[in-house]
Design a protein around this ligand. Structure first.
Ligand code: SF4
Length: 234
């Protein structure tokens, strides 16, 4: 997918800013705060959150930390032991293997089970490093870099992709991978964190996958989707 330029880019950026203002009024601001004291904790939690709910991934992470208080202990453990600890997070064998590989790579590259040196890299360099780790895709990397370091990347999850397409910010045919490049470009850095979180909340509460509540939606004046469907929004 080509990133728009010129007038088209300006129009889309204006639309993004308008959407942000409306969602800000609806859901409020989201002051940035790192979620974990250590980057490696943040990355492992993000890996555990793939393809499961927040509740399950939190539980899996807590069990993993209870079972292995240090990452060195997890690195020394058999993959089956890690798998058992994270079972509530789903696809636990795959995730356990990825965690073990991640720990090996971090130890090899930084000399300890610590990812803090990543914060010394430029954002694009940090992104490239993360994308070479098995199981770390664009969304996982963007979540870690935005949430833990405040780097200017815009994660596109299933809610952001769906709502973005309905609002005609993201082209209908774009997949999440392509949408990351586009949203990085369209969304001003200072609102990336807030808009990401507010779009997710809106996608969960109002712009649901099935039966979006267009009649109750704060974005309905800015959204072409109901008209496209010929839907009455009340
Ligand atoms: S008007 Fe409907 S489709 Fe558009 S953002 Fe709101 S809920 Fe989603």
């Amino acid at each position: 997918m080509e990133i728009p330029t010129g007038k088209e880019l300006s129009t889309l950026r204006r639309r993004v800013k308008r959407i942000d203002r409306i969602l800000l009024a609806c859901y409020g601001d989201r002051p940035w705060l790192p979620r974990f004291p250590h980057l490696l904790d943040g990355l492992i939690h993000t890996l555990l959150s793939q393809n499961t709910s927040d509740v399950n991934s939190h539980l899996a992470f807590r069990r993993l930390k209870d079972r292995f208080p240090t990452w060195e202990e997890a690195a020394r453990a058999r993959v089956e032991e890690v798998e058992e600890a994270i079972r509530p997070g789903g696809i636990s064998r795959v995730k356990a293997e990825r965690i073990k590989t991640l720990l090996e790579l971090v130890r090899r590259d930084f000399g300890a089970y610590c990812l803090a040196p990543l914060a010394q890299k430029e954002p694009r360099e940090a992104l490239r490093y993360l994308l070479e780790i098995p199981g770390v895709g664009r969304k996982t990397a963007a979540v870690l870099l935005l949430f833990q370091l405040g780097y200017p990347f815009f994660p596109v999850d299933t809610h952001v992709l769906r709502v973005g397409k309905r609002l005609e910010v993201i082209p209908g045919g774009a997949d999440a991978e392509a949408a990351h490049e586009l949203m990085d470009e369209l969304v001003p850095d200072e609102i990336k964190y807030r808009l990401h979180l507010n779009l997710i909340e809106h996608g969960r509460r109002v712009c649901r996958a099935r039966n979006p509540r267009c009649g109750d939606c704060c974005l309905r004046e800015a959204c072409p989707y109901p008209d496209r469907l010929g839907r009455r929004v009340g």
